[in-house]
Design a binder for this molecule. Structure first.
Ligand code: GLN
Length: 493
């Protein structure tokens, strides 16, 4: 058994721990050795071996005392956008190198309270700005399926670590696709819940009206277990949704009215927005997504044509709103209270300028400048206000679709993972590739990426499922049914 411990996902490991087939200390030791031999991936920015061993021992003790829950003793790792006590919290930026947070993010604290064993912190794009993990100040992450390709981003370390079986599950955040797109590029399952389901407290802010945390794991079931523990109302986040705690695994396992064993999704209407299948969609992605949809039909679902007419506009809308909020959020990094401070400066203004010039990378600076521009007097009405109005219309378009269907499906990204460095220094290329993930983000809707097949170069392709507000259970249910009938989520690089 012990040679294969990394092959166990969250649910399987939870059962093995409950059955005393293995201890958390054993699994933790196994994974610490394994991730040491996978350093070339660049997935981890920090490994806390001592802390992990202590947490594993505590989990085993709790279990022996009969106080174990589903996640007690299950190793996880956190995107380095969550602040953590006792581990560095960098947001992938030199600006926060050496920063020692005095508190844990709510998501981290809840997973700790559930008994998970945090192995360390995972690489990501600087302040979560990017789609390929190439904007990290601490180097790129390699895609475990092909080391010359990107894992996606901004939660690239999370995706690579789970895909390479270095850890059963990881946390991620998604502002405009950063859970779904890396999950798709790396062949794992990820869910971005409805805005407000997971607390943003202690999540280093990028664009506060869009930022949302979620789990990245191997299967819908593993995601459901994680999400149940991570989510819930938090009074320290002013936009936290006030709802009772949810058992997403139970929701995932619920039986539809009219369902049969062969057709668990009988009666489910899946909407296909025609804008999600443009002529420019890569043939391999289109093929895998269509095949997955055919599988959904076999499972009893009906496919209906719908339209999200402002899909293309979601790119300029997002790339106005997100930088606008970022320019405000990132003003806190001024070299005074925390973060990088220039070694030499004449006066206060020079200290600000030098600290920020040295601490931020080029993409972050670009966004601060765009954000400041679109918010400035004379341009606010022309850009920011227009973008806000369109954002509302994009959300309304989804509501019109949900009159005709229960879930929406399409690709996560227009292509499979690209080669490291391939996009050169044209940021707009990467922005355009966000087209299918941005609409749900702007609307605040839950979205998922489910491994759906393989494309060019044997690279994974994800199917995106989007639900209405708070339909996480329904999304997980539909993803789980697909995963019961297919094995894409079990394939490894
Ligand atoms: N790729 C998008 C961006 O660069 C989304 C990032 C994210 O979701 N954090 O803004």
């Amino acid at each position: 058994m012990s040679a294969d411990l990394h092959t166990l996902g969250v649910a399987a490991l939870s059962r093995a721990l409950a059955g005393k087939v293995v201890s958390s200390a054993e699994v933790t030791e196994h994974l610490l050795t394994r991730l040491d031999s996978h350093q070339h991936l660049g997935a981890f920015l920090h490994v806390d071996a001592g802390g992990a061993r202590a947490a594993a021992r505590a989990a085993d003790t709790a279990r022996a005392a009969g106080q174990a829950g589903a996640l007690t003793g299950v190793p996880v790792a956190h995107k380095d956008i969550f602040v953590t006590r006792g581990m560095p919290s960098t947001a992938g930026s030199k600006m926060l190198a050496g920063y020692d947070s005095p508190f844990d993010a709510t998501v981290v604290a809840r997973l700790n309270a559930a008994g998970t064993v945090p192995l360390g912190k995972l690489n990501c794009d600087e302040f979560a700005m990017g789609s390929a993990n190439e904007n990290s100040a601490f180097g790129p992450v390699r895609n475990p399926w092909d080391g010359t390709r990107v894992p996606g981003g901004s939660s690239g370390g999370s995706a690579a670590a789970v895909a390479a079986r270095l850890v059963p599950a990881a946390t991620g955040t998604d502002t405009g696709g950063s859970i779904r797109q890396p999950a798709s590029f790396s062949g794992i399952t990820g869910i971005k819940p409805t805005y407000g389901v997971c607390s943003r407290f202690g999540m280093i802010a990028f664009a506060s009206s869009l930022d949302q945390a979620g789990p990245m794991a191997r299967s819908a079931e593993d995601c459901a277990l994680l999400l149940s523990a991570m989510s819930g109302f938090d009074e320290r986040d002013a936009t936290s949704a006030q709802r009772p705690p949810q058992d997403f695994r139970a929701q995932m396992l619920s039986v539809r009215e009219g369902a049969t064993a062969a057709q668990p999704l009988r009666g489910l209407r899946i909407g296909l927005p025609k804008e999600f299948f443009p002529a420019a969609l890569a043939a391999d992605v289109n093929g895998a997504v269509r095949a997955a949809l055919a599988e959904y039909e076999k499972l009893g679902a009906t496919l209906v044509d719908v339209s999200l007419p402002r899909t293309e506009l979601s790119i300029p809308v997002y790339y106005i709103i997100a930088p606008a909020e970022a320019s405000s959020n990132l003003s806190r990094f001024d070299g005074v209270r925390y973060g990088h401070r220039a070694a030499q400066y004449g006066d206060l203004l020079e200290m600000y300028k030098k600290s920020r010039s040295e601490g931020f990378g080029p993409e972050v600076k670009r966004r601060i400048m765009i954000g400041t521009y679109v918010l400035s007097h004379g341009y606010y009405d022309a850009y920011y206000l227009q973008a806000q109005k369109l954002r509302r219309m994009i959300a309304d378009d989804f509501q019109a679709c949900f009159q005709q269907c229960d879930l929406i499906a399409g690709p996560v990204a227009p292509t499979v993972a690209w080669k490291i460095g391939e996009q050169g220094d044209d940021p707009v290329k990467a922005y355009l590739a966000d087209i299918f993930t941005l609409p749900a983000s702007l609307a605040g809707l839950p979205g998922m990426s489910v491994p759906a097949g393989f494309g060019e170069g044997g690279m994974p392709v994800g199917l995106q499922l989007i639900g209405n507000y708070f339909a996480e259970g329904q999304l997980l249910h539909a993803a789980h049914a697909f995963q019961q009938a297919t094995d894409f989520h079990t394939r490894t690089p």
